[in-house]
Design a binder for this molecule. Structure first.
Ligand code: ADP
Length: 373
């Protein structure tokens, strides 16, 4: 994380040297002893996806509101794309919000008596000119082509949030501010909305996303945490753990074996719920396929799952046949070494064990390149 050392230049002439968002000494005080934010500094680079995490009341929404010019700080400075927000007058603040910022809120904030299409067109109107074709296209892009004329009350929570995503993006804002964007969504819609965020990130939008959910926070490139209005950096934690990915691929493989089906309902994989964001990242990497509330192994995931299952079951065979380990101890011991066996050692182990067909529990061991056909 990048804290700002030297004071910022006063106006936009140093734009080239500034990060996309520069926050310096930001404080928001509501009364003598109520501070929402306490003098912190932070820089966010262009195109970065930052998750702001922390418990309720830690100042997350206040920070987002200040970045979106919906609130102003008591002290400190916020510069976005070279514009010092504290120096903008009312008209310029409105222009800044309309042109540069897209908001996505937990509570949606859609106008209840306007259709999905009209809600998106309203954002266009505030920016410049409403364009019905463009608004309809934005809704089609988020999968709502069939819902253009529906009122918010006729849409599910997930669909309303997708209207918000379309509305936030219609004016191509450089900065997307999201406050608990999946807070009111079920798992399937959460996956769809997070998929849209992944697209936004790929397209180069800078995203500042507030969430208290660590699983959603994992989706972001970088995470910071607020505690009582002060900032703690979480970027030291690895964003991805390869062992966790291996374990989740194994879980999908097991569920496919148990059900005999390659495409699974989400609840057929008990691990899905606690690892939703990791599964989304795995979908992004073509390890799994997450579509319409189903889960399957994808092109890159199938061979990787096959390999980890093979290593695990060969390790169980080794412990059982060679060391006489009791059946109930096999699983834990195999888990311990399965991540460390190289491909070469696995093939040697397979040859040594004479290419066994099943593990000691009777489950099939996937064939390897060394196995006779
Ligand atoms: P979070 O989004 O992390 O839940 P908030 O930014 O909403 O936190 O609030 C941070 C702190 O500021 C809380 O203690 C909250 O009670 C206080 N606060 C927020 N808005 C106001 C307000 N308008 N008046 C007084 N206190 C407020």
């Amino acid at each position: 994380m990048q804290f700002i050392g030297a004071p910022l230049q006063d106006c936009g002439e140093e734009k080239a040297d500034l990060a996309f968002i520069e926050i310096e000494g930001l404080t928001k005080k509501y009364s003598e002893d109520v501070y929402a934010l306490r003098s912190f500094s932070l820089a966010v680079e262009k195109g970065e996806w930052l998750a702001v995490m922390g418990p309720s009341g830690s100042g997350k929404s206040t920070l987002l509101n200040i970045l979106g010019c919906l609130d102003s700080p008591t002290e400190g400075r916020v510069v976005v794309e070279g514009e010092n927000l504290g120096r903008l007058g009312r008209a310029d603040l409105a222009r800044f919000r309309a042109e540069k910022v897209g908001f996505i809120f937990q509570q949606f904030h859609l106008v209840p008596y306007l259709t999905a299409l009209e809600n998106v067109m309203l954002a266009q109107y505030f920016h410049s000119l409403a364009d019905e074709q463009e608004a309809a296209e934005a809704l089609r892009h988020v999968g709502l082509g069939e819902r253009l004329q529906h009122l918010p009350s006729q849409l599910s929570g997930g669909e309303q949030q997708r209207v918000c995503v379309a509305r936030a993006l219609i004016n191509q804002p450089n900065l997307v501010l999201a406050d608990e964007p999946t807070g009111n969504l079920d798992e399937v819609n959460e996956a769809i909305v997070m998929g849209l965020f992944t697209e936004l990130h790929r397209a180069g939008h800078t995203i500042v996303m507030v969430t208290h959910d660590p699983e959603i926070g994992r989706m972001a490139e970088r995470r910071v945490e607020l505690h009582h209005g002060r900032l703690a950096d979480l970027s030291a934690f690895p964003a991805r753990e390869e062992e966790l990915v291996d374990d989740l691929l194994k879980a999908v493989w097991h569920a496919q074996e148990d059900t005999g089906k390659p495409v699974l309902a989400l609840d057929a994989v008990p691990e899905f719920r606690a690892n939703r964001a990791t599964f989304l990242l795995m979908a992004r990497d073509e390890l799994v396929c997450l579509e319409d509330g189903t889960l399957a192994l994808a092109t890159r995931g199938e061979p990787r799952a096959r390999e980890i299952i093979r290593r695990h079951r060969l390790a169980e065979r080794l412990f059982f046949d060679t060391f006489g380990l009791e059946a109930d101890l096999l699983e834990a011991n195999a888990c311990r070494i399965e991540h460390t066996l190289s491909a070469e050692v696995t093939e040697k182990l397979c040859r040594f064990l004479k290419h066994p067909q099943t593990c000691p529990h009777g489950s099939p061991i996937p064939r390897g390149v060394c196995c006779p056909r």
